[in-house]
Design a protein around this ligand. Structure first.
Ligand SMILES: [Zn+2]
Length: 193
């Protein structure tokens, strides 16, 4: 469970165990002072074994750390394996992600905004990772393709493009906006009749 913080009086007592039956140790994993039963400290000393403040520190000390590249490689292998076993797997996973985003997206974005305001360093790191990812040629190609599809799907944008083509980059948007307003007005008048 969560680590208890070192206080001025020393490490917190173990509940139900008098301090006289405990000793303070410095955890070799998190370097915080903790209180352990004297018998446990003696046993560790006898066996020449390290003694940690908590089960979670003992676990992370035992963990075999892999590099980010090894983890990515493992993930790729896992995905290939799943996809080979079940051709619908990727699409199902995507659909589930979309559902999840529709459900939690707004709340998640709000949480990120809060975190960004509270900790500029967190946001700087986040941005740096994003910039690195988005600087790859593959990403740029896919983004351009995505933008093109979005533009083609939006009739207002298509009108704007046509207006810019005919009237130039300065007058085009004005004409497009005027046409758009005219259309809206006509629609309103029709609805009023
Ligand atoms: Zn610890």
């Amino acid at each position: 469970m969560g680590r208890r913080k070192y206080t001025a009086e020393g490490a917190p007592s173990i509940s139900g165990v008098p301090d006289s039956q405990t000793r303070q140790i410095t955890c070799p994993q998190c370097h915080e002072v903790a209180r352990k039963r004297t018998s446990a400290v003696h046993r560790a000393e006898r066996d020449g074994a390290p003694i940690y403040c908590s089960a979670s520190c003992a676990r992370s000390a035992r963990r075999k750390w892999s590099t980010p590249e090894e983890r990515r490689q493992g993930l790729r292998e896992y995905q290939r394996h799943r996809q080979a076993a079940d051709p619908a797997w990727r699409e199902r996973r995507r659909a589930s992600k979309r559902r999840s985003y529709a459900k939690h997206g707004v709340a998640t974005n709000a949480r990120h905004r809060e975190r960004k305001a509270a900790d500029p360093e967190y946001y700087r790191k986040y941005r740096a990772a994003q910039d690195l990812c988005q600087s790859s040629p593959e990403w740029k190609m896919r983004k351009a393709e995505y933008d093109r599809k979005r533009r083609d799907a939006d009739p207002a944008a298509a009108r704007l493009r046509a207006a810019i083509l005919y009237h130039g980059p300065i007058l085009g948007p004005i004409y497009a906006a005027t046409n758009e307003n005219r259309r809206r007005l006509a629609a309103l008048e029709e609805a009023g009749d």
